[in-house]
Write a protein that binds this ligand. Structure first.
Ligand SMILES: *[C@@H]1O[C@H](CO)[C@@H](O)[C@H](O)[C@H]1NC(C)=O
Ligand SMILES: *[C@@H]1O[C@H](CO)[C@@H](O)[C@H](O)[C@H]1NC(C)=O
Ligand SMILES: *[C@@H]1O[C@H](CO)[C@@H](O)[C@H](O)[C@H]1NC(C)=O
Ligand SMILES: *[C@@H]1O[C@H](CO)[C@@H](O)[C@H](O)[C@H]1NC(C)=O
Ligand SMILES: *[C@@H]1O[C@H](CO)[C@@H](O)[C@H](O)[C@H]1NC(C)=O
Length: 606
């Protein structure tokens, strides 16, 4: 086992010259401040502690669960002027667009959102961000354990192995709805002082005080706490939890399929990362919500917009899960990683710290996360989660005898955790002989249907949401039964970066691939629902195509007011469906086998 660890170190950290062997890594001090006064991002020292799925933490690790809620509440109560407060750390992501720890961007560009969206650095930037959040939360978890009057050893041991949980929202319909502990403003915990009913820090973040000038969205600048599906535009708005639950359930299959397809089309890291960014946006939208007021105007909770999403306590739970998906990917694909890429165009958008006209690669610095006095973390530095002292349940390589054994195990888990939901349904149908059995051929194959969308980046608004469903009526509000495509760009208002970006958008000519935005959305499981309901006969093109002509609907909402876009605004928005013959292997840990027999059919909006 030691040899294996050594091997991994050489392989993964070849670029890290000053790496301490992880077995003996000291517990790092999380409050390290350098001579210049920068707080360093360190994560939590020791390696062999796994992050857990939040429902697992809740059900099976009651001490850590209690410390988590008590610690998070304490973290949220830190004075908002403190750079290490929940408020300021959430504010790193985007608004209030403030310099954090002297991490300047391009001279003359002001300060915008640190988070790079529609960028090749999207997924890797969030890893040190999570590490910073975790180390600061952990300080509060530790201090609560250390104040225990009885059983102090037990509590400090629980605190030492505490890691932030993740929320896996892509495990399909059978995985259930939103956990109850996200749905109640008060929650009981059994902590070092016995049972206490506390303000639930997972339900909201309460601003103390609300500083209106920090937020550009007029509604957000009125709310004293973070809200999901707010009832009104005014400060007495309350969340509409039922709407959140409904949207979450409706999107369950599509979220599972998004992750399945992300891994399926993951031959390049860039493709994987783009698919992941697309897939991750759905949780932002359905958590913040988009209810309409009486005049038809949408109201957005904090999680909806990139500018304010990090203040909602589900943000880190959600991003920890996407960090885990990144870890699964790099384990299964050890040679795939960030390639150098020109900055510009809508697939590698500049920010105030990523200069337009430059290049991003795995060595691009990721501010504001200081690694030491002089340097920021890079994607290469953060390639393996060991450097931040954690692993996920699936990536604990020390439980395996060989590197290949571990990687193969993860490859199998990806398939069994995130199967194409149509495959899951059909495998069950065959096993139980139900009405869908006729959809599967004798050779265990079926037709997998996928929607492919293309749109011109220069003609679409910078932020939009396209919702696909089978309601068949373009004038009604489509539900998310098939899936959604969301592009959320932060335009750092108040910073020069925004003007430069806009000028660039108008003036610069991009290559054809940069101009076109694409998105693939699984359609088969929605078609199977129609077959089960007796509305469609089979997955054969003769049945499916007329059905889609009559029923496939998409509505696109975009721009600042999230109004439905008109056909004239959607001229570049092209939809086609493809059908591919795929074979279901007997072993559920093996991926679907895609044949080369694919046919494309353009779909016209009638
Ligand atoms: C609790 O632990 C058991 C045993 O490991 C596991 O089967 C179960 O799934 C866990 N509960 C949750 C909610 O994850
Ligand atoms: C527990 O009680 C002690 C003593 O009153 C107090 O100092 C500490 O803050 C309490 N801890 C929590 C988590 O409430
Ligand atoms: C919201 O907070 C502001 C200032 O922090 C306060 O003046 C106001 O009364 C609060 N409103 C509500 C509805 O709590
Ligand atoms: C990238 O993903 C798209 C779907 O989003 C897929 O059509 C394409 O084949 C993928 N490319 C590679 C190289 O995997
Ligand atoms: C999308 O764009 C690509 C590249 O320009 C093109 O090959 C493909 O046919 C387009 N698809 C649609 C649906 O327009």
């Amino acid at each position: 086992m030691r040899r294996f660890v050594g091997f991994l170190l050489t392989a993964v950290f070849a670029a890290l010259v000053t790496c301490t062997p992880i077995d003996s890594a000291p517990f790092s001090m999380v409050t390290t401040v350098t001579e210049e006064g920068h707080h360093l991002t360190t994560g939590i020292g020791t390696r062999d502690n796994g992050k857990r799925e939040i429902r697992d933490l809740y059900a099976n690790y009651s001490d850590q669960w209690a410390l988590y809620l008590l610690g998070l509440l304490k973290f949220q109560q830190v004075d908002q002027n403190d750079p290490l407060s929940y408020y300021r750390i959430s504010g790193i992501h985007a608004q209030p667009y403030e310099l954090w720890q002297d991490a300047h961007g391009v001279p003359g560009m002001g300060v915008g959102a640190y988070c790079p969206h529609m960028s090749r650095l999207f997924i890797t930037w969030h890893r040190p961000y999570l590490a910073l959040f975790e180390q600061e939360l952990w300080k509060h978890v530790k201090s609560i354990a250390e104040q225990a009057q009885v059983d102090r050893e037990r509590w400090t041991a629980a605190a030492d192995s505490f890691r932030i949980p993740y929320w896996d929202t892509a495990r399909g319909v059978a995985d259930g709805g939103i956990p109850e502990f996200l749905l109640s403003p008060r929650w009981p915990v059994v902590g070092p002082n016995g049972t206490l009913v506390i303000d639930n820090p997972l339900y909201w973040y309460q601003l103390h005080p609300l500083d209106r000038k920090d937020f550009s969205n007029a509604d957000i600048a009125r709310y004293n706490y973070t809200l999901r599906w707010p009832t009104t535009h005014s400060s007495d708005a309350i969340p509409q939890l039922g709407e959140w639950q409904k949207a979450y359930s409706e999107g369950s299959k599509s979220r599972q399929n998004d992750i399945n397809y992300a891994f399926h089309w993951a031959s390049s890291f860039q493709n994987f990362s783009e698919s992941l960014e697309n897939a991750h946006s759905a949780i932002h939208l359905i958590t913040g919500g988009y209810p309409k007021d009486s005049s038809g105007q949408e109201i957005h909770g904090h999680m909806y917009n990139t500018e304010t999403s990090a203040f909602d306590p589900t943000f880190m739970l959600h991003h920890a899960n996407f960090d885990r998906l990144l870890a699964l990917y790099t384990t299964a694909n050890p040679n795939a990683w960030l390639e150098p890429s020109a900055v510009g165009g809508n697939r590698n958008w500049p920010t105030f710290w990523i200069p337009s006209g430059g290049t991003t690669d795995a060595d691009t610095r990721l501010p504001p996360f200081w690694k030491n006095e002089n340097e920021f973390w890079t994607s290469n530095d953060a390639h393996h989660t060991d450097v931040f002292g954690y692993a996920y349940p699936e990536t604990q390589y020390w439980n395996f005898g060989s590197d290949e054994g571990w990687r193969n195990n993860v490859r199998g888990l990806i398939q069994s955790l995130y199967p194409n939901s149509a495959r899951e349904t059909l495998a069950n149908a065959v096993a139980t002989g139900d009405t869908l059995t006729h959809v599967v051929d004798v050779d265990s194959s079926f037709r997998d249907w996928v929607i492919h969308v293309n749109a011109s980046a220069t003609e679409m608004p910078s932020t939009y949401r396209a919702i696909f469903s089978l309601v068949g009526d373009f004038s009604s509000d489509a539900s998310t039964e098939i899936g959604m495509w969301i592009r959320m760009r932060v335009d750092g208002s108040g910073s020069d970066a925004m003007e430069i970006r806009q000028a660039e958008r108008k003036g610069k000519r991009f290559s054809a691939t940069e101009q076109s935005l694409t998105r693939a959305i699984g359609l088969t499981s929605s078609l199977l629902d129609q077959i089960t309901a007796g509305k469609l006969e089979s997955l054969d093109p003769q049945a499916v195509l007329p059905y889609l002509e009559a029923h496939l609907t998409w509505n696109v909402y975009g721009g600042d007011d999230s109004k439905r876009l008109t056909p004239a605004q959607l001229e570049s928005f092209a939809v086609e469906v493809t059908s591919t013959k795929v074979y279901i292997p007997k072993d559920p840990s093996q991926p679907l086998e895609y044949s080369t027999d694919t046919t494309s059919y353009p779909i016209r909006k009638v």
